[in-house]
Write a protein that binds this ligand. Structure first.
Ligand code: FAD
Length: 571
């Protein structure tokens, strides 16, 4: 078999039926091997960055490994942001990059880059295949590494001469790597210690992160909360770990977390965290984080434990296996007063945009909550994302896709394409801002070509809103380079929104129509229902709903940089 043929065989053996690819000189042989292939569909996005976000959306929403196939040089470097995005958020991807022939490597050959060197620090594993003989083993290992342990992206760089070389047609059944043995079991002794600490607690709290959604432990997590009666807060990646409407759920922690959730962390005496890496967006000032609490931490990756926050009881395990084990030992706890206090905070300090008139993101998202059953929602990055994390109600995992760790603008729309491909029967809604939407807007062509009925919400405030909010609150309203309505003829240092601003470009409705997608612009609350009804009419094409919102609406609460979670600015 040629190298290209064993690549196709590997994809089939790994159960891959969809790949996201963009051809070029050093990948053309692999595309040739895929020509006419019935079992593998190749999706052709219009830019490699969008391609990898689509593969990422496919992977996050299905739990399968997303596969990218691109050429060398710019094809490979265009994947870089998506690789880092997936790496932060633990998304399993295998990225196959074509490479110049072995003999030309290091010669500054046409479209040659050292993609392994470039991506080493932002992926789980990166390797250049050096011989035809090792190609099947490396591919097998790539899929194994991507999907096991803490999932992540793997880069396999395949020089053109290895693609063309003939060799064995055997694809291995098993993997054996001395240096990589992800933990499969749960240490019962540690589980018992954790249960004993929980039982002694007067103010216990579950902090649930993305690891619970990744492991699919949602049902078990709900049982654990209900059986113990311990309240639950989530990171934004853990949102959906238990239903957002659950009586024990307090909301998200973090710089944009809810009052009840953030105060609960400061007040609890045992913080039982599962599948979170305690990043700075959730801890605020580290020395003050959960200062009254003993901390238990379950995580599949030992490197996540005591990295940012030193914990008292570490447990290295898969969240689902660990929670199943916990369910064998826990009993109902008596902490009614504590729960009452938290529920009172939740009621007294709800997150809301009621002080803004007209069309607000809150109203749009509440419409989604009320009218769609288990949609998959993707977001871009910025205010659109934060409002979605605050107002969206979720009932499970794999239905909320957002770039949490890297915060990659341009993620939301292509991720929705991948999610829809992976879940053709689900309604898929992408919530973006006008800034992020323009970072991968060319994907309207892909969505139209694939006849995908996506609902694309563009919250248009004419600003890079999240940064503008920071400028408003912490930089004396010096709106440096955040206005997207700016034209050269504008007055410099303009901060007066009542002035007659230039027209917004692009016209998102006309732009959608130019791609043969559909578009509608709304600016009033009463138009929300009509816009969604219009979108749902189109079964074979995406619809852009441009929502013209209050220009200077802010995301509250917000914790200023370096402050503690208790220092939230509420309004
Ligand atoms: P991840 O980063 O996804 O980490 C998952 C953890 O689970 C890892 O430690 C991993 O090893 C582990 N894991 C993986 N698989 C398993 C398994 N099978 N079993 C057990 N463990 C497993 N986030 C907030 O929460 N609040 C905010 O206010 C906030 N504000 C933000 C603002 C902006 C503008 C942006 C862009 C992001 C913001 N974020 C916020 C997101 C933030 O940057 C992080 O992405 C997020 O907090 C990480 O949550 P996490 O640690 O739970 O999940």
């Amino acid at each position: 078999m040629k190298g290209t043929e064993i690549i196709v065989k590997a994809l089939k053996e790994e159960g891959v039926d969809t790949i996201f690819g963009y051809p070029g000189g050093q990948a053309v042989d692999i595309f040739d091997a895929l020509y006419g292939e019935q079992d593998i569909e190749v999706i052709l996005p219009r830019h490699e960055q969008a391609l990898i976000h689509a593969a990422d959306g496919y992977a996050r929403s299905t739990g399968k490994v997303g596969v990218c196939l691109v050429t060398s040089g710019p094809g490979a470097t265009n994947l870089v942001t998506g690789i880092a995005t997936a790496n932060y958020d633990s998304v399993p991807l295998v990225c196959i990059t074509g490479q110049v022939p072995l003999g030309l490597m290091g010669n500054d050959a046409f479209q040659e880059v050292d993609i392994v060197g470039i991506t080493n620090s932002i992926c789980k594993y990166a390797v250049t295949v050096r011989t035809r003989e090792e190609l099947p083993r490396i591919l097998k290992e790539a899929f194994y590494i991507a999907r096991t342990g803490r999932p992540g992206p793997v880069v396999v760089d395949v020089p053109k001469d290895i693609q063309q070389a003939e060799g064995s047609d055997v694809y291995p059944d098993e993997v054996s790597m001395r240096g990589y043995k992800p933990n499969q079991s749960v240490h019962v002794g540690q589980i018992k210690k954790a249960v004993s600490m929980l039982k002694k607690a007067k103010r216990p709290l579950f902090l649930i992160g993305g690891g619970v959604n990744i492991s699919g432990a949602n049902e078990e997590m709900k049982q654990l909360a209900e059986l113990t009666g311990v309240p639950v807060i989530t990171t934004i990646m853990g949102k959906g770990a238990i239903p957002s409407t659950h009586r024990l759920y307090l909301g998200n922690i973090g710089i944009h977390g809810s009052y009840a959730a953030n105060h609960a962390v400061s007040e609890c005496d045992v913080l039982f965290s599962i599948g979170t890496r305690f990043n700075d967006r959730i801890t605020g000032k580290i020395s003050e984080f959960a200062k009254n609490a003993k901390i238990i931490h379950i995580d599949i990756d030992s490197a996540s434990i005591s990295k940012n926050i030193v914990v008292d009881i570490p447990i290295v395990a898969d969240a689902k296996l660990a929670i199943e084990k916990l369910l064998e030992y826990v009993t109902p706890l008596k902490n009614e007063k504590w729960v009452e206090q938290l529920m009172q905070w939740k009621e007294e300090y709800p997150i809301t945009m009621e002080n803004y008139e007209g069309l607000t993101p809150e109203k749009i998202i509440r419409y989604i909550n009320d009218h769609f059953e288990k949609p998959i929602v993707t977001t871009d990055v910025g205010q659109n994302q934060l409002w979605a994390t605050q107002y969206l109600k979720l009932e499970g995992g794999r239905s909320f896709l957002t770039s949490g760790g890297l915060g990659t603008m341009g993620y939301g729309f292509p991720a929705a394409i991948g999610a829809k491909i992976g879940n053709p029967d689900s309604t898929v809604i992408a919530i973006s801002g006008d800034g992020g939407m323009q970072m991968n807007i060319q994907e309207l062509a892909t969505a139209v070509a694939l006849e995908l009925p996506l609902i694309l919400i563009v919250l248009n405030n004419g600003y890079l809103g999240n940064v503008r909010q920071w400028q408003e609150l912490f930089y004396q309203k010096r709106y440096s380079n955040t206005c997207l309505r700016y034209r050269k003829s504008c007055e410099s240092n303009c901060t007066d929104k009542s002035k007659c601003c230039p027209k917004y470009t692009p016209d998102f409705v006309k732009l959608a129509e130019s791609y043969e997608a559909y578009g509608m612009r709304i600016s009033k609350e009463e138009e929300i229902a009509e816009a969604f009804a219009y979108a749902l009419e189109h079964k074979n094409a995406p619809t852009v709903i441009e929502c013209v919102i209050e220009r200077e609406a802010n995301v509250f609460p917000i914790v200023p940089t370096g402050k503690t979670l208790d220092d939230m600015i509420m309004d």
